[in-house]
Design a protein around this ligand. Structure first.
Ligand SMILES: *Cc1c(COP(=O)(O)O)cnc(C)c1O
Length: 365
């Protein structure tokens, strides 16, 4: 028995959509790019969407288009994927970590204010594991201190805060389409915004700093962060069934909850009483002796992962900024117990049962 941690949900129609593009001469900057962007903006509810070759590229261009640079500080959670903080360093600005909430694992908005200085320029607002952050509180802080906000909603497509899609609340939002994400383009990302200036800048940065139709005119430094029409065709096909994907993932999470709810050694994923909607990216439980349990599950053919290692304690950040254990105690405490179980759109009930029975067995050994 081998159960993977994640798996893309690719059906025959997705394969056909990709093959169809290969029969045309437009493999990049063609009609599928435009269609994907228009459909994505329409789905998420922003004026603009710009497709990019990764979520990391989207974060980088969000930082760059907001003119965040050397000397600026940007607030971010230490309990996230490394790109959420690396993007700040790409432009030589300084990441400032703020500890997280024990239940949602999102940044603790009550602790943001004490981290704000006269150098603070922005907040990177991550919706970790697909759970919306406290947008209202972040909005009031951003207004009070005149801060820009970038929503890193890479893990949260379709998650809703007060009925509105995450990624649409602030200056810019980003999404990501690596194969373990809810929907995939193989590799890919999207930046969404209602701001025309950001839209124009990001389109230019994506394509070598070109500003106009003139192919060899470069207005500014730029990159090749383009997403090919092959990837975009897969993206359109996946986006067409995003509601089905999100529903199926919710059913998988509900089945896990049902089978694990009576195992007192396990803390289930947080369910809030508010009206916000989670988009299930991963299924993460909390257990003591996490590392031993993880090893035993792996021996049974069950892939699992310790999401996340606190960013401030990873080698690069630790050495660069002299962080030490104890700097962000809630994050560290959570990170010692979290265990991501196999989770994907098409995970069968039999596989879920096998995983749950195995956990119950090894947890009591
Ligand atoms: C996946 C992810 C990204 C980056 O996405 P890539 O497409 O892999 O570059 C950024 N932030 C978070 C929180 C993510 O989970």
């Amino acid at each position: 028995m081998k159960i993977p941690l994640s798996s893309p949900f690719v059906e025959e129609e997705d394969i056909q959509a990709v093959v169809d593009v290969l029969r045309t001469p437009n493999l990049s900057l063609g009609p599928k790019l435009k269609e994907f962007e228009e459909k994505f903006a329409n789905y998420i509810g922003t004026k603009y969407a710009i497709a990019l070759n990764s979520g990391t590229s989207a974060l980088h261009l969000a930082i760059k288009s907001l003119n965040i640079q050397s000397g600026d500080e940007v607030i971010v959670s230490p309990f996230t994927f490394v790109a959420s903080a690396n993007c700040i360093l790409f432009e030589n600005a300084t990441p400032v970590f703020v500890d997280i909430e024990e239940n949602t694992f999102n940044i603790d908005t009550d602790k943001i204010e004490q981290a704000i200085t006269n150098k603070t320029k922005a907040i990177i607002d991550v919706d970790i594991f697909g759970r919306p952050s406290n947008k209202e509180k972040i909005k009031s802080l951003a207004e009070k201190y005149n801060l820009k906000v970038i929503e890193d909603s890479a893990e949260a497509i379709g998650a809703k805060y007060n009925g509105k899609n995450v990624g649409t609340f602030f200056d810019a939002g980003i999404f990501a389409f690596y194969p373990n994400k809810q929907m995939t383009t193989g590799e890919g990302g999207m930046l969404v915004t209602n701001n025309e200036n950001i839209y124009k800048l990001v389109r230019s940065y994506r394509n070598q700093g070109r500003d106009t139709e003139k192919w060899l005119e470069h207005e500014r430094i730029g990159y090749n962060y383009r997403l090919s029409d092959i990837n975009c065709a897969l993206g359109i096909s996946q986006l067409n069934k995003i509601n089905k994907i999100l529903e199926k993932r919710e059913q998988v999470a509900n089945e896990y909850n049902l089978q694990l709810k009576d195992t007192t050694e396990i803390t289930l994923p947080f369910t809030s009483t508010d009206t916000n909607k989670v988009s299930w990216f991963v299924y993460v439980i909390q257990v003591q002796n996490r590392n031993q349990i993880m090893e035993k599950l792996k021996q049974k053919g069950i892939a699992c992962a310790a999401y996340f290692n606190p960013l401030h304690l990873t080698k690069f950040y630790k050495n660069k900024f002299n962080f030490k254990e104890g700097d962000f105690p809630i994050c560290e405490k959570i990170a010692r117990t979290t265990l991501a179980l196999p989770f994907h759109t098409n995970l069968s009930k039999d596989d879920i049962t096998y995983v749950c029975n195995s956990i119950k067995e090894v947890i009591r050994e």
